[in-house]
Design a protein around this ligand. Structure first.
Ligand SMILES: [Zn+2]
Length: 297
């Protein structure tokens, strides 16, 4: 187990730390707990569901990659399936601050990429910033989403974001986490194919600029990320950040990237290409392929 996970365990109640050990010692632990595992953790730690989620926040925050601020934020997205997805903030030196990922975005993206179709709750160790409140307002569960903070009763997102501006104000009737399938031709190269497959599920109702990133790691593993657009535009999560979140939650650092593929739809009004290339280059990845595609449906 690495040092940051051991440190996180030290911040947990001892009954929970003992129960977490088998998970954290496993190579297959990827920063989430199934519904069954959540119940088992509650039973072995004696904590209620809310107490357990709050007690797991130091573990979530241990995934932070914050070389600029050293400020570690942890979040848990509670999927409708019962699975809990951890997330943490990410910062990238030598890139603009706009490339930063917030913990709530990390946990939500984690759940989205893992196939979750709805969230019930977010548990966070600090009050969500305005950027994250707007990001969460794009979710298909925005009206009902519960926000749980330490020492504060749970409240729904509309409490934290009254008089909200969202997809409906722009005439969009579906939302983030609703199924997205943009049919497109697949490719024989597995990494390119992974990027195309992710792009086919990206969410871009305002620009239709579907895009995704696939990363090959020095372990041979592939991770993908897809674009999640926002009605207020700026809180949109770029496809590279979506992939970097997954990379981090699987226990890797950006330095482990050996090859990257970026794909986006041809002819869209906006492009993620230059920002993606610049950030990948800042992270030390120079083997980058970029492709455009057209939908076949
Ligand atoms: Zn935030």
């Amino acid at each position: 187990m690495n040092e940051r996970l051991s440190q996180a365990l030290n911040e947990c109640p001892s009954s929970l730390a003992n129960a977490l050990l088998p998970y954290l010692n496993s190579d297959t632990f990827h920063a989430s707990f199934s519904a069954t595992e959540v119940i088992a953790l509650q039973q072995s730690s004696g904590l209620s569901s809310t107490e357990l989620a709050l007690a797991l926040l130091p573990l979530a925050a241990s995934y932070a990659f914050a070389p600029l601020s050293d400020f570690k934020v942890g979040a848990i997205a509670h999927g409708a399936s019962g699975r809990w997805y951890l997330g943490a903030n990410m910062e990238f030196i030598t890139t603009p601050l706009q490339q930063t990922v917030h913990a709530e975005q990390s946990a939500i993206n984690h759940a989205w990429i893992s196939g979750e179709t709805r969230l019930n709750q977010m548990t966070v160790n600090y009050t969500p910033c305005g950027h994250c409140r707007q990001f969460m307002n794009e979710l298909n569960c925005a009206e009902q989403l519960l926000i749980q903070l330490p020492d504060t009763p749970p409240r729904t997102l509309p409490f934290y974001l009254p008089h909200a501006f969202g997809p409906k104000d722009l005439g969009i009737t579906h939302a983030l986490f609703d199924p997205q399938i943009h049919a497109m031709t697949m490719h024989h190269d597995p990494l390119i194919n992974a990027a195309l497959s992710a792009a086919s599920q990206s969410y871009a109702p305002y620009t239709h600029a579907y895009s995704a990133v696939a990363l090959l790691l020095d372990t041979g593993q592939r991770v993908t990320g897809r674009y999640a657009e926002n009605a207020a535009f700026n809180p949109s999560l770029p496809p590279l950040q979506s992939a970097l979140i997954i990379l981090r939650l699987q226990g890797y650092d950006p330095s482990s990237i050996t090859r990257a593929v970026f794909v986006e739809i041809a002819g869209a009004a906006i492009s993620q290409k230059s920002a993606t290339l610049a950030t990948l280059s800042a992270l030390g990845c120079h083997d980058i392929e970029t492709l455009t595609f057209t939908t076949n449906g």
